[in-house]
Design a protein around this ligand. Sequence first.
Ligand SMILES: [Zn+2]
Length: 340
Amino acid sequence: MKKILRLLVLLLFVGLFVVSGCSKTDKYDYLVLVNKYSQLPDDWEKNVELVDAKNAWDEDIKVEKNAYENYLKLEKALEKEGVNIELDSVYRSVKAQQDLWDEWSVDPEKGIDYVRKFVAVPGYSEHHTGLAIDICIRKEDGELEFDNDEMIADRETFAKIHNKLADYGFILRYLENREDSTGYTYEPWHLRYIGDIEIAKEIMKKKITLEEYLDSIEDIKNNHEAAKYKIETTLKEYIENGVYKDSIINSRFNVTKIYSSKDEMDSSELSTMGLSDKDIAFEVTYQLQPAEGADINPIMVPDGEYNENLGWITNISRVGILKYNNKTKKYTIKNFGTGW
Ligand SMILES: [Zn+2]
């Protein structure tokens, strides 16, 4: 009997922590950063999967496939709230941007200074990705609202729109008063598809820019405190919201050792473990507080000790890996409790 329980608990642990990253297309990275300082990746245009669509003026336009599918879902969801959005400008090739640049810069009425101010440098516009979508509004009287100032003033409508973005993998790309980070002033109409609903929710909830989100991921790789925090919070979330949802009400983690390419382990050691330079292997000790009448026998948690006075299971120690997913730019816990 004891043996079976132990096995069950072990299986729970294994099942709980083998969390695979979302499968995305391998062809390109939905979190790609294109801004005034970060150029469109060289092979982007030859790989990006574009589909045909029509904009509000019935013009032929192109949009990245998954971005378009999710845009249509967003459009439908907003319709139910009485908001009708339509597409304006979406994909623009580097060549089209170059043509626009060339044409406008020789126009005596515009000139190079005007162009520099209002037109993105070819290769540095997010619209090259096919993932950036400018929308406009079809008003109740059938007229289109597409003027920038008019849209910026239409707070109520855009609040409803922004509220729904993350549910379909979109973020608001150019936040108000965040020119310091994005390089652009507020553009309530410019939506950006990033492919991952969870990340989109995090970005929208924290009201951060894509630049800031990507920086925070970078921090984890280079900063032990950040890595430690990431491990602890990720484990806590999995324990308390995962399979143990009803049986563990509280957990505490203490990361005792972090291995990364910067420390004890060199690249070859990491690769022996099937890890890349960006992955983080760790050792942790932790405590769990079972809910009253919880289904699991706390004493059976492998290696843990049940402390009657505290009502906690203590002295559990494990190793695990925080595995970096290049596609989603996200860390997930792997091999927790099963060794490296
Ligand atoms: Zn735009």
